[in-house]
Design a protein around this ligand. Structure first.
Ligand code: MN
Length: 360
């Protein structure tokens, strides 16, 4: 899968959430950007004539919401920022069609070959820049704003907080430092980012400061109910049929993972064609499968048109699926990981099951 973290899974575990938040809670943890980091970024923005704001390919709500919020803010300051991501064609997921500022979006080819100042949002690794990677590497200044524990440390200037529940939290702090108030369009972008990456404030990385930010965002009058419905509760009828078939195909292996249990299923490419469903529409299918109380681990295999399989796995805390998927050539996070396979469904499940039983 593109981003091995599911929409909303914590980038890392929370180590030191403030017990009593101040009126303006500390937005970033002790591992986050320093005062000097922020001042340098504000200075870079102030001095730039040309600014490109980019997020990762196949953007989720945090990636695109963060870039667009920054874009709207910079536009209000008199800049003319471009927002982009490196897919061709560049498709905004239907669930993010409500985001304000989409008019700032330009195709990757319209980003200058040598950007003066490029800022990346929610990009853990240059590979996630897709078509924009060469331009990012040529940029005179490449600022990386991110919250992935796994961030590979690229760019000329980094503002990375591995404890932040979303990149949007860092953007909120940037806007405060730029003196840009939260208006309804900006708040809609930031709320979409924070809600996406916290699974609607359910995941462990959610802190008092996260809720305090949500309160400030809701105070702008945004329709969080409509955003939530769009993000989580809207699917095509075809998706429901694909989901039904996948659930019907699911198997429970109680003895797997040392008796902790595995539920697995797969989605044939033919199901997507039959029901007119796009591959990206089934990214969340695993969130239904993983509800099974009987299993610590779930595995969903998605067949691509060439017959290869993309495996996505989730665990509930007792098994590190990143380590399991690494044995199959993949990787990710302890709770959420993935891999690719060319072995067919039966053999791939057997390999995954064997990896679960491999001592680590
Ligand atoms: Mn994120």
């Amino acid at each position: 899968m593109s981003d091995l973290r599911p929409a909303g899974a914590p980038a890392t575990t929370v180590t030191g959430a403030p017990a009593v938040p101040s009126p303006r809670s500390e937005p970033t943890g002790p591992l986050g950007p320093t005062e000097q980091d922020w001042q340098r970024l504000v200075a870079l923005i102030g001095a730039a004539d040309s600014i490109d704001l980019v997020c990762h390919v196949l953007p989720d709500g945090d990636a695109l919401g963060s870039a667009l919020a920054a874009g709207l803010a910079l536009r209000s300051l008199g800049h003319a920022p471009r927002v982009s991501f490196g897919d061709d064609p560049q498709v905004v997921p239907a669930s993010l069609g409500h985001l304000p500022g989409l008019e700032l979006l330009v195709p990757a080819r319209e980003v200058p070959a040598v950007p003066e100042l490029m800022i990346t949002f929610d990009v853990a690794d240059p590979a996630r820049l897709g078509l924009l990677r060469p331009k990012a590497e040529a940029a005179l200044e490449l600022v990386v704003i991110d919250h992935h524990t796994s961030n590979s440390g690229f760019g000329t200037h980094r503002l990375i907080d591995p404890v932040a529940p979303a990149t949007a939290v860092l953007v909120d702090e940037l806007l405060r430092r730029l003196g840009v108030p939260l208006d309804l369009p900006i708040a809609t972008c930031l709320y979409t980012g924070v809600a996406t990456d916290t699974g609607s404030f359910r995941y462990a990385a959610t802190t008092p400061a996260t809720h305090e930010l949500a309160a400030r965002l809701l105070a702008t009058g945004l329709r969080h109910d409509l955003i939530s419905r769009r993000l989580w509760d809207t699917q095509s009828f075809g998706y429901l049929k694909v989901l039904a078939a996948a659930l019907d195909r699911a198997e429970l292996d109680r003895s797997a993972a040392g008796g902790l249990g595995l539920v697995w299923t797969w989605v044939p490419c033919a199901d997507l064609l039959l029901h007119g469903v796009l591959p990206e529409e089934i990214e969340g299918l695993i969130d239904v499968v993983r509800k099974a109380a009987e299993a610590e681990v779930v595995l969903v295999l998605k067949e691509d048109p060439d017959g290869s399989l993309r495996g996505s796995s989730r665990a509930k805390g007792a098994v590190d699926v990143a380590a399991v998927c690494a044995l199959l050539g993949g990787g990710g996070h302890a709770y959420a990981a993935g891999f690719s396979s060319h072995d067919g469904v039966t053999a791939t499940v057997a390999r995954f099951r064997a990896a679960l039983d491999t001592p680590r």
